[in-house]
Design a protein. Sequence first.
Length: 76
Amino acid sequence: MVLLAVTVLLALLPLAGVAWIVAQGMILTVDGIFTSLLLLLICGVFVLNAGWELRRLVAGKRPEDTNSSGAAAGAN
């Protein structure tokens, strides 16, 4: 649950940066456009991560339940 909260916070911070660029009137400059695109890309990555985390929480899986090695859990 903490990971989800941190991920959502990190997804909102770039949006604040885009809002600041728009409020300063720099959105129509080349720097403003590319900075906004990069901030939106960062935001999208964190929103995607939050979606995966939310799906995992709804399914009731704990982080240690996921096994990335492909082997059965507990098998030696």
